[in-house]
Design a protein around this ligand. Structure first.
Ligand SMILES: [Mg+2]
Length: 401
């Protein structure tokens, strides 16, 4: 194992070099700038190498270095260190992840000896979750076949009340049960469905299945509002509300049992038509949620023009909210705006106990995320509901004391 410390401040560089030599058997190399460091790293690099790099350097800054590490396909561990604003560090952190680099940590100076020990431990763990790279899209004809062969299946992710822990609904998440490749997630086929003009048949296949499941749960005494994702692409036919109403009536379900989560997938085609369609869906008492709020796809203009009754704060503003001041500001801003507009609020991406604890005092209505449950096949839901009843008491009690 080799460690490269890149920092133009000789004191910090020597201090870290000294500590790392004491803490590990590794060869430690110090560089006072990005140019000489990149020369050495480009010549030879290994998967167990570790780079600790300052962001602010005179000859080649940390951002350029991160970019070049991405270009040479560096597989080792990377730690970014900065005396700069935490928000710059967060942005470069995302950049490094986007380039597929194995980012172990992003730290503000000074770095403690204990933290260096933790970093060395992390770099030794070979089974670190690799940054997810998008798998290639599937052949176009296969998606058409999948629809005709009913290979698309629904999984459901529960939504729970933050205050009472009561399960209020589920979000339908489509999966492709591919005969050769197994379970495929929508990030690999939705964009393709949009390009091929298959969003309408796909959405209705998902919706019908979701309403079938909702009707079955209803018969078992389980009342859940089912949310289905639609894209603006679905809203180009004026009879869309009637088709939705028809599907609900056929199964004897009230319109309030359905929530449509709307995202703007591409450019909105026809603003007036979508205003027409969405207003009439609300008049019919179908729920409308603005999905992934805060991302480029769901904007303030949509909120201004369209009659939503629920707002889902995007997961990128929720997970980690308790320990990132900038996330907290954005989260609280979205929440307060939604409340003033009289919208029901949902936090997506509640992934751990600290996210959940933060929400307890936030005033947000509903939580959804891995901490509560991952998306599951419909047959697993009744069992999960039983388990949740036990977990729920433990999770809610502290807030009521
Ligand atoms: Mg959604």
């Amino acid at each position: 194992m080799r460690i490269f410390i890149i920092d133009d401040d000789p004191f910090i560089r020597h201090l870290m070099g000294h500590q790392l030599s004491e803490l590990s058997q590794a060869q430690v190399y110090e560089f006072d700038g990005g140019v000489s460091a990149m020369d050495a790293i480009t010549r030879e690099h290994h998967a167990d190498d570790l780079i600790i790099c300052d962001l602010h350097m005179p000859d080649k800054d940390g951002v350029e270095l991160v970019r070049e590490l991405g270009q040479i396909g560096f597989k080792g561990g990377l730690v970014l260190v900065s005396g700069e604003d935490a928000r710059i560090l967060q942005t470069v952190e995302r950049l490094a992840q986007g380039l597929g680099l194995r980012l172990l940590d992003a730290l503000q100076k000074p770095v403690s000896r204990h933290r260096l020990e933790q970093i060395l431990q992390l770099n030794r763990e070979r089974d670190l979750p690799q940054t997810r790279r998008k798998a290639p899209p599937l052949p176009a004809n296969e998606l058409k076949q999948a629809l005709s062969r009913n290979e698309l299946i629904n999984h459901y992710q529960p939504k729970v009340s933050v205050r009472s822990g009561e399960v209020t609904g589920v979000e339908t998440l489509v999966r492709w049960d591919h005969p050769r490749d197994g379970l495929i997630y929508p990030d690999r086929f939705i964009a393709q469905a949009e390009e091929l003009g298959l969003m309408d048949p796909l959405t209705f296949a998902v919706l019908r299945r979701a309403l079938d499941d909702a009707a079955r749960w209803h018969q078992q005494g389980i009342e859940l509002q089912v949310a289905v994702n639609i894209s603006m692409d679905n809203l180009d036919a004026l009879d869309f509300p009637e088709r939705i109403e028809h599907e609900l009536k056929q199964r004897g379900l009230p319109p309030t049992s359905l929530m449509l989560e709307v995202t703007e997938s591409r450019l909105m085609r026809n603003r007036l038509e979508s205003m027409d369609i969405l207003s009439r869906l609300r008049l019919k008492r179908v729920g409308l949620s603005i999905d992934d709020f805060g991302t480029g796809h769901s904007s303030l203009a949509q909120l201004r023009d369209l009659p939503f009754n629920e707002l889902k704060i995007d997961q990128s503003f929720v997970h980690g909210v308790s320990h990132h001041a900038s996330l907290r500001s954005i989260f609280e801003g979205c929440l307060s705006m939604a409340q003033k507009l009289g919208l029901h609020t949902v936090a997506e991406g509640v992934e751990d106990a600290t996210d959940w604890a933060f929400l307890q005092y936030s005033g947000c209505d509903t939580a959804q995320g891995w901490f509560i449950a991952r998306a599951m096949p419909p047959e697993q839901l009744p069992h999960w509901l039983q388990q949740w009843q036990q977990r729920r008491t433990a999770l809610i009690q502290p807030a009521e004391e």
